[in-house]
Design a protein around this ligand. Structure first.
Ligand SMILES: [Zn+2]
Length: 454
């Protein structure tokens, strides 16, 4: 698969070739399959799982034993009860497996395999290989997201995100085309890019000058930018929609964006190991699983599927990566299952992506809870960004970026707000820092725990 291609001698409409044509062919199929009933989507998955299991058992050392006994010769694919007995793979197991994960023989027609190193903010990286087919799927699902949210592909997109080099403040970078997904069909769309390492003030200055139609940004940065814009009384008159990626979006940030900027937020849930996991429904603030691409299971502590309304571990199977099979992999996130969507799409619904499992707050009495504190802190004091760190079971550290610096009264108000929001009188230390370090992919964790689960 070549990455880009156009039929020569044709100016309009363009006739994409190579990987661009593959992505558009997949996108056309996604337009149809989104309306399939859930049972038809699940039946397609079972057939593809049979092909995946045969391949992984035959060509990887890691999965040979794990997949032994999974029958793949039934005409309707892998049975659900057989699938439920396949062991779940944790992140640590994936890291420990190393080269045993890699397939010794994947189809050459899937294209070249590229190394993907995931970069969660803590712990060792996971190393995988992804083929050109994975890139085509990424593009197709990006096109689904554009279609669902009715984006004008010729409009001006501004992105504030991690970039390997360049795009530094104050000016960032100007380019033509939003990226590979739309390169074949809207190659000239204006695109502006700023590195997430810019301060919030620099981001706001840049946004006011850029005045984009769409903004792509991380949720924690969005929250700070929205409040900073409002504090200045500045507006972004051309802005129609904000798109968030990479971190968990909170309802508070979604609401702040609607109230202060007057535009909706469209969120996506993805993971570097597998790409898009779920995209926001065009009609609702919840998510539809990309069921044509991944089997996503939300499982309780006993490994049983969660019913609607329940929250469980997100366990994914990549249906198509034959270079590094990823089978029943626990992403380390939690999500809440939703009932079927009134929009009519048969794709499974997640109502909330809760975030990392390791990000739970531990109480001295052994309880653990997903800490909700950002709104309480915002009301208690003025600052740019903050991060809560749990160093011990009874000690918290609040790292705060603030200009002007926080006063003693602010410290007292923040401590009281944390005690109220978290329901426990933790010892709180407040640390003024010039900047919050982000992980290699630009992720900022609002809450970091150094306490081991019991
Ligand atoms: Zn829907």
């Amino acid at each position: 698969m070549a990455t880009h291609g156009q039929l020569p001698g044709i100016a309009w409409p363009p006739v994409p070739t190579g990987a661009d044509a593959t992505a558009l062919a997949l996108a056309w199929q996604l337009e149809q399959s989104q309306w399939w009933p859930a049972a038809r989507l699940a039946a397609g998955q079972r057939r593809q799982l049979a092909a995946l299991v045969r391949h992984a058992a035959a060509s990887t050392a890691f999965y040979r034993a794990r997949l032994a006994g999974v029958a793949t010769d039934r005409p309707d694919g892998v049975a659900d009860d057989a699938w439920a007995r396949v062991p779940i793979t944790t992140r640590d197991e994936l890291i420990a497996a190393g080269d045993d994960l890699l397939s010794r023989a994947y189809p050459a027609a899937h294209g070249q395999a590229h190394e993907v190193t995931t970069s969660r903010t803590t712990g060792a990286p996971v190393r995988l290989r992804a083929t050109d087919l994975m890139a085509a799927w990424w593009r197709a699902l990006t096109l689904r997201d554009h279609a669902w949210h009715r984006r004008d592909l010729d409009a001006h997109l501004a992105a504030i995100r991690h970039v390997a080099a360049g795009a530094a403040p104050p000016d960032g970078l100007r380019a033509r085309g939003w990226g590979p997904a739309t390169a074949a069909i809207a190659p000239d769309a204006p695109m502006s890019l700023l590195s997430i390492t810019a301060t919030i003030d620099e981001q706001v200055d840049w946004l006011v000058r850029t005045d984009p139609t769409y903004l792509l940004i991380y949720p924690t940065a969005l929250d700070a930018v929205v409040h900073a814009l409002a504090a200045r009384g500045a507006r972004l008159p051309a802005l129609r929609q904000v798109r968030t990626i990479s971190e968990a979006l909170t309802p508070a940030t979604r609401a702040a964006c609607a109230a202060l900027l007057g535009v909706p937020v469209v969120d996506t849930y993805s993971a570097q190991e597998v790409g898009y996991v779920a995209l926001q429904c065009p009609d609702h603030a919840h998510y539809h699983v990309a069921a044509e691409r991944l089997r996503v299971e939300i499982l309780d502590d006993d490994g049983r599927p969660c019913p609607p309304g329940a929250t469980g571990r997100v366990v994914v199977t990549d249906l198509h990566n034959l270079a590094t099979p990823v089978i029943r992999y626990d992403l380390g996130d939690l999500a809440t299952v939703g009932p079927p969507c009134p929009c009519g799409r048969g794709l499974p619904v997640l109502t909330r992506i809760v975030g990392r499992r390791r990000g739970l707050l531990r109480y001295p009495d052994g309880r653990a809870a997903w800490p909700v504190f950002t709104v309480a802190c915002r009301q208690a004091a003025r600052y740019r960004e903050l991060q809560l760190v749990q160093d011990d079971v009874d000690r918290l550290r609040l790292r705060v970026v603030a200009d002007p610096p926080l006063t003693a009264a602010d410290h007292g108000a923040l401590t009281a707000a944390l005690h109220r929001a978290l329901g426990h009188p933790f010892a709180v230390t407040i640390e003024a820092v010039p900047t919050l370090g982000r992980g290699p992919a630009g992720k900022l964790e609002e809450f970091v725990s150094h306490v081991a689960p019991r």
